[in-house]
Design a protein around this ligand. Structure first.
Ligand code: HEM
Length: 504
């Protein structure tokens, strides 16, 4: 049975799918029509595993090229991503190109690229080097005098909730704090300071684009997304200028992006397409991460007891670092503000709990594939050209997996059941051959952000008309991945006083 339901699917896939399941009365896959296409929806955990396994018949490539299409990539650029390197690499690049020299199975660019992500983002040493750089940039940007106008709304000597009565406090938009800090730190980590020199408005343009990037992702007519397209085009212009610099001036560029751009050049992909391609990856890096950071902070400031537990764990990770007050002083070296990463990721159970729980409840990611050949999933016949979608939030809110209170944000569930984050059905980073290669970086960058912030500052909730309220998910804005809140949270940041001075 086919049901035409494009708009309701884009706006709120969950309600539509729940209604359909009630209607059909089973967990078997069923078909609806989305944007004129037969789309098979999957909810059974075993069927998702079958979808991930079946790389012969089911492909993610049409979805990926669709995204690049929405972001303005030319036909030649899209063709080259999936083309045969033996036929496409230009003569002058053949001796050096990894697509020819380190590609025994002659994989197209898009497939070989996955191996490069793994090499940079999942191998311990390269990952740690990126994180060390990230931490340095983070500590510079969180210094009291450098807190950015992108999120500071006002500064005043005020008596605030954190207990440092009379000390200066800055009022901050939590949404903008997370969006700006995550984007600034990761963009500078991967591209270096030179990008800001040649494209001073890059971050602003990127953030403006990203705020409504769903309009591009869901291919709204350009006339309905003018500002978003313009901001994206300006950011891409900035990247074109950056990549036109001699390589020596881009020495801070991370290996993965050096490799991506060099190999796309070797394939003869036009410069603007290369910049557009990199823009999509920058979006994948940031779009989810800052929203997750927001939900974590939002939960912590609304739950002081949990905040205190997380801060205790974080302070232990800084055991060999100087006191918070020293960390805030301009003379403090960035390395002295470095937490022990092992403690942070393996001895902070309450931080883990709030991270796992945010990733469970505020993540609308789906597995998406298209059928290249006829096959079957969960007993359902799949025709060539069918689109298959498995929305993970269906599993993440399933009481059979997460208990009767699955709809509630309760981090302790991950402390009570240590195996819960490995349970089938918990897939915030997807799975199969497209399993997010940035998963370790993402978790660690967010832990660093939470750690650095709580280490340096008392974070107080600004009183809100109508009383404090943990935001809910914004159900009016479609989200391809991490979900936005229906309301911002305003907080005060106040430098923590040294231990022993009665402030902490
Ligand atoms: C909380 C933050 C993040 C979440 C929730 C997230 C989630 C995901 C998911 C679900 C996928 C799989 C998509 C699919 O199968 O279609 C994915 C893919 C990907 N992610 Fe992430 N991600 C995050 C952060 C990052 C970061 C920080 C990076 C890079 C540093 C990154 C790089 C990528 C890349 C390159 C892919 C494409 C993989 C492929 O097609 O083989 N992600 N991400």
């Amino acid at each position: 049975m086919l049901v035409g339901h494009t708009l309701s699917f884009v706006r709120n896939p969950e309600t539509l799918i729940n209604n359909a399941f009630r209607f059909f009365g089973s967990n078997d896959p069923f078909a609806i029509v989305v944007a004129g296409r037969r789309t098979v929806i999957i909810r059974n955990v075993q069927d998702v595993a079958a979808l991930w396994r079946n790389t012969e018949d089911l492909s993610i490539d049409p979805f990926v090229t669709g995204v690049f299409n929405s972001f303005g990539m030319s036909s030649i650029g899209k063709f080259k991503l999936l083309a045969n390197p033996q036929e496409e690499v230009l003569d002058e690049f053949r001796a050096k190109s990894l697509l020819l020299q380190a590609n025994p199975h002659n994989k197209p660019f898009k497939d070989l690229e996955r191996e490069w992500y793994v090499a940079q983002l999942l191998a311990p040493e390269p990952l740690q080097m990126l994180l060390d750089k990230y931490n340095e940039i983070l500590n510079e940007s969180l210094a009291w005098r450098r807190l950015s106008a992108a999120y500071v709304l006002s500064a005043a000597a005020a008596s605030v909730g954190g207990g440092n009565g009379g000390q200066e406090a800055k009022t901050v938009s939590l949404q903008h704090f997370c969006r700006h800090t995550v984007a600034h730190c990761s963009i500078t980590t991967f591209f270096g300071h030179k990008l800001h020199e040649v494209a001073p408005s890059f971050e602003r343009d990127y953030e403006m684009f990203e705020k409504n990037s769903w309009k591009i992702f869901y291919r709204l007519p350009p006339v309905l997304a003018k500002d978003t397209h313009r901001a994206k085009d300006r950011a891409v212009d900035g990247l074109v200028r950056y990549f036109a610099l001699p390589q020596a001036e881009r020495h801070e560029l991370a290996w993965i992006f050096h490799t991506n751009t060099a190999e796309l050049q070797a394939l003869g992909v036009p410069d603007r397409d290369i910049a557009g391609f990199i823009m999509v990856i920058i979006w994948a890096i940031n779009n989810n991460a800052h929203r997750m950071a927001f939900w974590i902070f939002a939960y912590l400031v609304h739950n002081p007891a949990y905040f205190a537990l997380v801060r205790q764990e974080i302070d232990a990770a800084f055991a060999s670092a100087p006191s918070p007050a020293l960390a805030n002083s301009s003379s403090s070296s960035s390395s002295s503000s470095k937490p022990d990463m092992d403690v942070l990721v393996s001895a902070c159970p309450h931080l883990d709990g709030v991270w796992f729980e945010a990733m469970r409840l505020y993540n609308a990611t789906s597995a998406i594939r298209e059928a290249k050949h006829a096959c079957s999933i969960g007993g359902k016949a799949i025709h060539v050209g069918d689109q298959l979608i498995a929305p993970f939030r269906q599993f993440h809110t399933n009481p059979a997996i997460f208990g009767a209170d699955a709809a509630v944000f309760r981090p302790d569930r991950f402390l009570e059941d240590k195996g819960l984050a490995r349970r089938k059905g918990y897939s915030p980073f997807g799975g199969g051959h497209t399993y997010c290669p940035g998963r370790l970086f993402a978790q660690r960058e967010i832990y660093l952000l939470v750690a650095a912030t709580l280490r340096r500052y008392d974070v107080g909730l600004v009183p809100r008309r109508g009383g404090a309220r943990m935001p809910e998910v914004d159900r009016d804005t479609p989200s391809p991945a991490a979900m936005s809140p229906d309301e911002d949270v305003l907080v005060t940041l106040t430098p923590r006083l040294p231990q022993g001075a009665g402030a902490v």
